[in-house]
Ligand binder design. Structure first.
Ligand code: C5P
Length: 222
């Protein structure tokens, strides 16, 4: 496993990590894991099966047994839960917030660990999330921690949601993003933080192209 290269991109919601990770995976021809989608799908499954979002024991069992398939459809991640396409529904802010509640539960995180590590396959893996460089792949070859101000992240999210046909209010997004940031940063297990050996980038006033260039330069030897 350890000789299969991994590049991790961690950071808060809306920092651009997903976009950068997908571009890199495509250019390098590596596998891609959107780890946040796992937590989003689990929360969606909980809502579907009327399981409370703080029922740790039950959610951990569900996390082990989750009938989930990821695939790429025209460069867009397609997510199937129990045979149903949930790609759009899991992207709402409510789904993100529900995901961050289940993600705070230690047994849930433990249950998803092996599932995430199984994505490490040749020729390599690009992955994004909150704890990819710190907990899931601490031995990753390249680590990035991407951030940006909450306002800029909310604006980006607003635009993204609009493109997907999902209505949202900017002021709601700012408070939801801030609430999610503090829950993700303050939880006891695998809180959102940069790995000591991560390249830290602030994309508040940087476009996607500029961020991409810097990250690509970091792994120029690939
Ligand atoms: O990255 P995304 O916004 O899709 O993640 C949704 C939620 O899942 C985050 O707010 C966070 O609580 C959780 N998450 C996590 N660890 C990861 C990825 C996501 O706790 N590696």
């Amino acid at each position: 496993m350890a000789d299969i290269p991994v590049l991790t991109i961690d950071g808060p919601s809306g920092s651009g990590k997903g976009t950068i990770a997908q571009l890199l995976a495509k250019e390098l021809g590596w596998h891609y894991l959107d780890s946040g989608a796992l937590y989003r799908v689990l929360a969606q499954a909980a809502i579907k099966h009327h399981v409370d979002l703080d029922n740790e024991q039950k959610l951990a069992v569900m996390a082990h047994e989750l009938d989930l398939v990821f695939s790429l459809d025209n460069d867009t991640l397609k997510v199937m839960l129990e045979g149903e396409d949930v790609s759009t529904i899991i992207r709402s802010e409510q789904a993100g917030n529900a995901a961050s509640k289940v993600a705070a539960l230690p047994l849930v995180r433990a249950a998803l660990l092996e599932r995430q590590r199984a994505f490490r396959q040749l020729p390599g893996l690009v992955t994004d999330g909150r704890d990819m460089g710190t907990v899931v792949f601490p031995d990753a070859n390249y680590k990035v921690f991407l951030t940006a101000s909450a306002e800029v992240r909310a604006e980006r999210r607003h635009k993204q949601l609009k493109e997907k046909g999902i209505e949202s209010k900017l002021s709601d997004l700012i408070s939801e993003i801030s609430e999610r940031d503090s829950r993700d940063s303050q939880r006891e297990v695998a809180p959102l933080r940069a790995a000591d050996d991560a390249l830290q980038l602030d994309s508040t006033s940087l476009g996607i192209d500029a961020v991409y260039k810097q990250v690509r330069a970091m792994c120029a030897d690939v």
